[in-house]
Design a protein around this ligand. Structure first.
Ligand SMILES: Nc1ncnc2c1ncn2[C@@H]1O[C@H](COP(=O)(O)OP(=O)(O)OP(=O)(O)O)[C@@H](O)[C@H]1O
Ligand SMILES: [Mg+2]
Length: 264
């Protein structure tokens, strides 16, 4: 059965795009036909962090009735299919968020999972993704403003006929996971689906335009995302060893070896 998940938050910058891109990549790597749609049509970031910023046809053109959805699908990491939004303001102005439901109807016919990266806030383009999904996943940071905005988003989702599956707590200090997780469940009234620690490799992988689950597969955030993806697919998660070979180490080692040999 197809599952459409909207990744939302309320507050901006909590990690929605990071979670969408990496969860999508992991679901694809687990053998599931997975699509990721960037419904943050005003501040599109999926294309930027996957190096698709120059895509000629995007969701903007499709929502403006000027392009076909088949031309707005791009090959992403691990076999993930990506539907980016454009970065131009004009494209945003012309895109009609109400058409997202039609686009979605077309995509769900061909996949196992569709992830929708939602914008922050509760404007129209933010509300449509909450209503059209089978389930909404809230990405929350362990701070008051983020929790309050997530609660507002949960209520709004229910008002528009949607359903919140649970929350992912992102950027958490690993020593406090149990207390925060319990508090979050109590305040938001939803299940905690996963806990992603603060991890400096998240930013590094974004700069390298590669999902952290591929660039640093045993980094703490990658492990957390893999666990969440396994739960969604319904397979057991097997933890990999945390032997992270430092970037450049092999290069430096072989260069030193080569230098020594040639010095002989
Ligand atoms: N677990 C993490 N550890 C460290 N940095 C993180 C983590 N998750 C996200 N970040 C960083 O936080 C910033 C915001 O992340 P991201 O763009 O995914 O949030 P967002 O909710 O999509 O933001 P927006 O509301 O603007 O769309 C980025 O710089 C990202 O690299
Ligand atoms: Mg985003």
């Amino acid at each position: 059965m197809v599952k459409v998940y909207t990744i939302a938050s309320g507050k901006g910058g909590t990690g929605k795009t990071t979670v969408s891109v990496n969860l999508g990549t992991m679901l694809a790597l687990l053998g599931k036909e997975t699509y990721l749609m960037d419904a943050d049509i005003g501040m599109a970031n999926v294309g930027l962090i996957l190096g698709l910023q120059n895509a000629p046809i995007t969701l903007h053109e499709v929502l403006a009735g000027k392009g076909n959805i088949n031309d707005a699908i791009y090959e992403g990491p691990g076999g993930l299919k990506v539907i980016p939004s454009g970065i131009s303001l004009q494209g945003f102005q012309q895109a009609d968020p109400d058409k997202i439901r039609d686009v979605m109807g077309d995509i769900v016919k061909r996949c196992d999972f569709l992830l929708i990266d939602a914008p922050a806030g509760i404007s129209k383009d933010g509300v449509v993704p909450l209503a059209v999904a089978d389930e909404v996943i809230l990405v929350v940071n362990p701070e008051l403003s983020s929790i309050v905005d997530a609660l507002k988003t949960k209520i709004l989702t229910e008002v528009v006929g949607g359903h919140v599956l649970g929350t992912i707590i992102n950027r958490i200090d690993q020593s406090k996971t149990d207390i925060i997780s319990k508090k979050m469940e109590k305040v938001l009234g939803v299940k905690v689906l996963g806990i992603i620690p603060e991890d400096s490799n998240v930013r590094r992988s974004a700069s390298a335009k590669t999902p952290i689950v591929i660039k640093f597969p045993t980094s703490p955030a990658s492990k957390a995302i893999k666990r969440i993806a396994s739960d969604l697919v319904g397979v057991a998660y097997k933890e990999e060893k945390s032997v992270e070979v430092k970037e450049g180490f092999i290069d430096r080692f072989s260069k030193a070896l080569f230098k020594k040999k040639s010095e002989k």
